[in-house]
Design a protein around this ligand. Structure first.
Ligand SMILES: [Cu+2]
Length: 71
């Protein structure tokens, strides 16, 4: 188990509702401890256990929620 943080760049968030949606999707994933989503910066700072999940999985979930995410 190794706790790490990574900042994801997200495109397509227009309001605080989007921020809440992205935060919820991320925090529902196994291994995610917390997600701080910032609308103005178009970022999500995610703290997760990299033995359980990965940036690839998390970016995929953000994409499935309807936003664009570059790693
Ligand atoms: Cu919105």
């Amino acid at each position: 188990m190794s706790i790490v943080s990574k900042i994801f760049n997200i495109q397509g968030m227009m309001c605080e509702g989007c921020v809440s949606a992205v935060k919820k999707v991320l925090e529902e994933q196994n291994g995610v401890i917390s997600a701080q989503v910032v609308l103005e910066a178009n970022t999500a700072d995610v703290t997760y256990d990299d033995a359980v999940t990965s940036p690839h999985v998390l970016a995929q979930k953000i994409t499935e929620a309807g936003y664009d995410c570059d790693l």
